[in-house]
Every structure is written in structure tokens, then in C-alpha cells.
Design a protein around this ligand. Structure first.
Ligand SMILES: Nc1ncnc2c1ncn2[C@@H]1O[C@H](COP(=O)(O)OP(=O)(O)OP(=O)(O)O)[C@@H](O)[C@H]1O
Length: 677
């Protein structure tokens, strides 16, 4: 014989004693009853509830139930999917899965027929209210009162008629941390299921995750965890950030995590927690979509972050965000609809004539039903241009949905674009998925690298553009869509049409207006762009502004930038990272080595070198150590000391900068400086 029934007997005996004492107005012994249940019994007694009550308590009328279902529509929609899944796992165990609203009214139930009959006798059914004040201590009501997951077993129930029940319940909190409802699994107490409370907790975590993702579906979600393998799991923390950089909400894991770090959520600022600014985090995530980036925590240690968004991963106004750092958490969206959103067609105007012409032409068609085709080399800013076009038109409040046709496998493009019905193919999500075209309804669909779209997909896209309707894969339903279309390509589409790789009829559909963005090497506003990028990259890092040395700026204006603005941005980011705390000027020593190599866009034999370095020594002119003509030969020590003195003058006495430039450590430099005296 196992000891389990014995244990139960002992437990039941203790509970029976506790009940006797409690209802005789005595205090139960400590080991007879958990403090949580005792608290609940006391609440019931204080509210005048009689534990012997036997008459049925009628469920609410139909209209109360449908009112509540309407109020909790989102919870019901997401919850019923989770309930079905859970019920599949526990089917035939004599249990029911229940969903209740914030007042404790059951709004949905699934159950095994045998148990349902008994449950109905105590009104464990939709429309019945299971708040503590009506039905005494029970899973749903006590979980609401305590705001905690709870197990109420047998005689722990306050009403005598409910002591055959075993209830496991957990409160569900919405994306703003407010109670949204209760998830409960109830069964017969004499038929115990060991892991039920764990299953309830998991179900609630899943529901809360879906509620959070749904609430912030138009925003940027930063998922994080200290261990990379937990990203994507129910244990990941999530921070929702608006496109204009305000922190909108935290999921329960993130709330606990911030509280554990001793941070007051109202006062905290993302830049108090993560080392780079929010703008930099997003750029890093954007550079490697779907991957994780490792960030340093200001308090020490590191964390892994993955940014997810239906929109392109960029802040609408990087400067504002970087300066504010994003404070935690604003319960309501801030400012996203007041000021003109950035980037916009005005903010991209930094003085280059060709760029200005492209911006002007785009401005003319903003708000008209004319598709825009943006051409240009990789990294010239085609996507930012598309976003600016969207932000400058009447659809700015609608979604901006981007799809890179070259970055996803051919067999996934179709479902990504058009969505799919539940169970449409192996591996498809049960509930199906909405495609990018439908997501862009009321806003703009941006198809990057359209020139790389496979031909069969071009045919389907053409049909969508002609009929303005989309049919998800595996579905018979057509859904009308209202989208503005912007496409981009680094290829000359006309040539792709000529070679038969791109459908001519689609070509005419996507290029209502074509603008070609200049390569960075052709632009006359490099200095202005550099200043902007530098400001966005560094605004939150220092009190003293960081500037660019004149030589470096001159080099930036000369260099051919094969990777265009993206490469410039990355060079500036690296240079900023290499600055010492006491340095505020970016000099040649802070530039990545690859810039010193041959320039791929110039075929003259002489490679471009920054700061006109000496070809043989790689030493800039101020460090020139060659003897003057006819001078007497000097010792190596003398040459070295002169070189050090020259560099020290050049860097205004900054030892760190001089050491770097000379390629020696600071300690070695101090030693050598001792010799100069
Ligand atoms: N005017 C600008 N000011 C500041 N940053 C810019 C500007 N234009 C582009 N960038 C930055 O340069 C990077 C590349 O821009 P974007 O992704 O728009 O280029 P793209 O032409 O679409 O590149 P690809 O063809 O490779 O997709 C981005 O990080 C973007 O934020």
C-alpha cells in the first residue's frame, strides 16, 4: 500500500479539526490550515456568509453573461484557444477548465461530461459568479481576492456543499498589470491530479504573453533574458516600446526583474539599465533581424535582447529617444500622434541636391494612390526613405509593414505576404497567421528587394494589387485590403524586365513614381549626415558633445563608402566605442582598420588612405621622423623621443590618445615621457 492515501487521510483529519474549531469561533492550530485559506475563511465569516447554505445560487441571466463576454472579448478569444489545448491534455481526468471575468463570473467552460453534471449542481458553469462573497473560499474567488495562484482542496472550501471540489486557479493580468480574469481547473477532490496548479500557471503565462503581444502589436517588443536559450520561451521578459521611443509596458516577468534590481519602475530609465541607448539597441537588432544581441547591464553582468516588430526596427525620432532614454513605464502612449513623425520627407533633407529632388518628387505623390519605387545601392537609405514617405502622408497613423523579399526563403514568401489559414500546411500554426499585406491595411506595405521576388510570387502579388483583395494560403476567403505600396530594389528593374526575371505588368504596377537615391560618395552633404548620425549615436553617452576631427571629416568626405550610409553609421559607432572616457574628438586612431585599405570603387592604382599617411610607415605627417636633408644622423632614442613629443603636441597632451597613436601602452608611454622630463 502506498503512503499517499494515508497522507491524505492525515491531511483531511487536520482540515476537519480546523473546520470544527473555526466554526466554533476558535482559532485553528498552525499546522491544520494554511494562512492563506484561514485569511479567506475570515473574510467569508466577516461578510456574514453561512457555510451551511444549501440552496442553489442561480446563475446570472443570459444578458449579464453576454455583457461580460463582450467586455472580456479579447481574453475570451485568446483564452478559449488555450483552454482547448489544456483540455486536450487533461481529457478524461474528470475535470473542467474554466475562464472567469474579474468579478469571478465564469464566462467559458470545457469539461468532462461526468464531472460537468456534478459541477452544474453547484453551478460551476457559465453565468455563475464564484466570487468569495457569494460562494466562500474557492479557487476563482480566492485567486481574485489574493491576486495569487491558489489551490483550494476539499474541505478548504468554505461552503460545506463545495467540499467535494479541488480547484486550482490563477489570476490573469493584462499588459498594463491590471487583473483581466481567472483561469481555473476544477475536479473531484477524491481524484487528485498532481501537477494541475503548474499547468494552470503555464496556461496563464501563455495567455498573458498573448495579451501583451496583442496589446502592443504595433509597437516594438524587446524580449530579454540573461540566458539566450530562454528568449522565445514563456520565461522571457518583454518591454514594449513605441516607435517614438516611449516605454509603454512590461510583461510580468519584466516587472519582477526590474523590481528584483531594486528599480522603481516609474523613475527608471532604460539607459539606467542597459549600456547602449535604445536607438543603438534597435539598430543592432535591425542589423541582424531575428537574432539576439548581447548587452551590458550597468549594474554588471550581461543580458540577451531580441527586438520584434511589425514595423521596421527604428525609432521614429532617434534624437528625442536617445536623449530621454525611454522612461518606465508610461501607462498611456505619449506624444506619438502630436508632433510630425520622424523620419519624414523634411527631416531627410540635409542639403544634397539629388536627394532633395527625390524628396520633392515623393512629397508630390504622398497621399495619392501612386506606388513608389525607390532605387539605389545597398545602404543608401531606401527603407528610411520609404518610412519617411509613409510618415509624411495621411496614412502616418496606420501601420508601416516591411518585408525583405530577398531575406526570406522562397517557400515562405507566400505565407509571409498573404498569411495562411489554420492547418494550411505542416508546421502551420493552428490558429493561422495574418500576412504582411493584411497587416498593412490602412497603412503602407514596403517590399524591399522586390527585384528578388520569385516569378510565381510576382503573379500572386500582381493579382492582389489589381484586385485589392488578399486570399490567405489554404483559405477560400478573400479579404479586401487598402494599402499604399512602396517598393525598393538595388537592381535596375527595367533590366530585370528585359532579362525576363521580372514581370513587365508588375513592373508598371509598382513603379508609379521611381526615385533613385544617390550613393553616399556622390552626396555633397556628407558632413551634415555625419553630424546627425554622431548626435543620434552619442546623445545619451556623454554630457560633453563628441565631435569629429577636421582630418577625419575631410577623409569622410573623400572616401568612396562602398557600404553607403550603413557603413558610415557603423564606422561612427565603432569610433565612438573606441573613445576613452576623457576623449571627445574622433581622430584617425579611432577609425576601423579596413578603412585604410584600397578603395573598391576607385580603380586608380593609389589606394585612398585617411589623413594622407606615409605609404611606407603609415605615419601621419605630424609624426614624420625622417631627418631633415643634410642633418647629422640621430640615435634611435632621439628619434623616438622626438616622435613622442610631436604626438603629445598633436593630441594636446592627452596620454591615452598619444599611446594609441604610437601603438604602445599608457604605462610604457609614461615611462618614456619620464625620459623627456
Ligand atoms: N538620412 C539618414 N540619416 C541617418 N541615418 C540614415 C539615413 N539614411 C539611412 N540611414 C541609416 O543607414 C542605414 C541603412 O539605411 P536603409 O536600411 O534605409 O538602407 P537601404 O538602402 O534600405 O539598405 P538595403 O538596400 O541594404 O536594404 C540604416 O541604419 C539607417 O538608419
Amino acid at each position: 500500500m502506498t503512503s499517499f492515501p494515508k497522507l491524505r487521510d492525515a491531511r483531511e483529519e487536520r482540515l476537519a479539526l480546523a473546520r470544527e474549531r473555526f466554526f466554533r469561533d476558535e482559532m485553528p492550530e498552525d499546522d491544520e490550515l494554511s494562512p492563506l485559506i484561514l485569511r479567506s475563511w475570515e473574510r467569508c465569516r466577516d461578510s456574514g456568509l453561512d457555510h451551511r447554505i444549501s440552496q442553489a445560487i442561480d446563475p446570472a441571466g443570459r444578458s449579464r453573461l453576454s455583457e461580460s463576454r463582450e467586455r472580456s472579448a479579447r481574453l475570451l478569444e485568446l483564452g478559449s484557444g488555450v483552454m482547448e489545448h489544456v483540455f486536450d491534455q487533461i481529457r478524461a481526468s474528470g475535470s473542467m477548465v474554466l475562464l472567469a471575468d474579474t468579478d469571478g463570473m465564469i464566462i467559458h467552460s470545457l469539461g468532462d461530461a461526468g464531472f460537468v453534471d456534478r459541477a452544474e449542481r453547484v453551478s460551476l458553469q457559465p453565468g455563475a459568479c464564484w466570487s468569495e462573497d457569494v460562494r466562500g473560499t474557492n479557487g476563482i474567488g480566492t485567486a481574485i481576492a489574493e491576486r495569487l495562484p491558489i489551490e483550494v482542496l476539499g474541505a478548504e472550501h468554505y461552503l460545506d456543499k463545495n467540499i467535494f471540489l479541488a480547484c486550482n486557479a490563477a489570476p490573469i493580468f493584462d499588459a498594463r498589470g491590471k487583473l483581466a480574469g481567472v483561469f481555473d481547473i476544477s475536479g473531484d477532490y477524491r481524484n487528485p491530479q498532481r501537477h494541475t496548479l503548474g499547468l494552470v500557471r503555464l496556461s496563464v503565462q501563455l495567455l498573458e504573453k498573448r495579451l501583451f503581444e496583442g496589446e502592443f502589436s504595433n509597437d516594438i517588443l524587446l524580449a530579454f533574458h540573461s540566458r539566450p536559450e530562454y528568449i522565445g520561451s514563456l520565461q522571457e521578459g518583454m518591454i514594449a516600446v513605441s516607435p517614438d521611443g516611449a516605454v509603454l509596458g512590461l510583461n510580468p516577468v519584466a516587472r519582477d526583474w526590474f523590481a528584483g534590481m531594486g528599480l522603481s519602475l516609474e523613475a527608471a530609465d532604460l539607459s539606467d539599465i542597459f549600456r547602449p541607448s535604445l536607438g543603438v539597441i534597435l539598430d543592432r537588432c535591425k542589423a541582424a533581424p531575428n537574432s539576439m544581441v548581447r548587452l551590458d547591464l550597468r549594474k554588471g553582468g550581461e543580458i540577451y535582447v531580441q527586438a520584434r516588430s511589425q514595423r521596421p526596427l527604428a525609432l521614429a525620432n532617434p534624437q528625442v529617444v536617445v536623449e530621454q532614454g525611454g522612461s518606465l513605464p508610461h501607462p498611456v502612449r505619449q506624444g506619438s500622434h502630436t508632433a510630425a513623425r520622424e523620419p519624414n520627407l523634411d527631416s531627410l533633407c540635409t542639403g544634397d541636391e539629388r536627394m532633395q529632388r527625390a524628396l520633392q518628387r515623393a512629397r508630390r505623390i504622398a497621399g495619392k494612390d501612386i506606388p513608389l519605387l525607390v532605387q539605389g545601392e545597398s545602404g543608401v537609405g531606401k527603407e528610411i526613405f520609404a518610412q519617411a514617405f509613409h510618415n509624411s502622408g495621411p496614412r502616418a497613423d496606420g501601420p508601416f509593414i516591411a518585408l525583405n523579399c530577398a531575406a526570406i526563403p522562397e517557400n515562405l514568401i507566400e505565407s509571409e505576404l498573404f498569411g495562411y489559414a489554420g492547418g494550411a500546411f505542416t508546421g502551420a500554426r493552428k490558429e493561422g497567421a495574418i500576412g504582411k499585406v493584411q497587416q498593412a491595411h490602412g497603412g503602407t506595405l514596403f517590399l524591399d528587394e522586390i527585384g528578388d521576388m520569385p516569378l510565381p510570387m510576382q503573379t500572386r502579388l500582381l493579382r492582389v494589387l489589381q484586385e485589392r483583395c488578399v486570399t490567405p494560403v489554404g483559405s477560400m476567403k478573400t479579404i479586401p485590403v487598402d494599402i499604399s505600396l512602396v517598393c525598393a530594389t538595388h537592381r535596375v528593374l527595367r533590366e530585370a524586365v528585359a532579362s525576363g526575371e521580372f514581370r513587365e505588368d508588375l513592373y508598371y504596377r509598382v513603379n508609379g513614381l521611381t526615385v533613385t537615391l544617390p550613393a553616399l560618395r556622390e552626396r555633397t552633404d556628407v558632413a551634415c549626415l555625419v553630424e546627425r548620425i554622431l548626435k543620434a549615436e552619442t546623445a545619451s553617452l556623454r554630457d560633453t558633445p563628441i565631435t569629429i576631427g577636421a582630418d577625419v571629416m575631410h577623409f569622410f568626405e573623400q572616401y568612396a563608402w562602398p557600404g553607403n550610409i550603413r557603413q558610415l553609421q557603423s564606422v561612427i559607432r565603432v569610433a565612438v566605442a573606441l573613445l576613452d572616457d576623457d576623449e571627445n574628438v574622433i581622430e584617425a586612431v579611432h577609425l576601423p582598420e579596413e578603412l585604410f585599405g584600397a578603395d573598391p570603387h576607385r580603380d586608380d592604382a593609389e589606394p585612398i588612405r585617411p589623413l594622407q599617411v606615409h605609404k611606407e610607415t603609415n605615419v601621419p605627417p605630424l609624426m614624420d621622423t625622417s631627418p631633415a636633408p643634410n642633418a647629422a644622423p640621430r640615435s634611435l632614442d632621439e628619434i623616438e623621443l622626438e616622435a613622442i613629443a610631436a604626438v603629445m603636441r598633436e593630441v594636446g597632451g592627452n596620454v591615452s590618445a598619444a599611446a594609441r597613436r604610437l601603438g604602445i601602452s599608457r604605462n610604457t608611454l609614461y615611462r618614456k615621457l619620464g625620459k623627456i622630463g
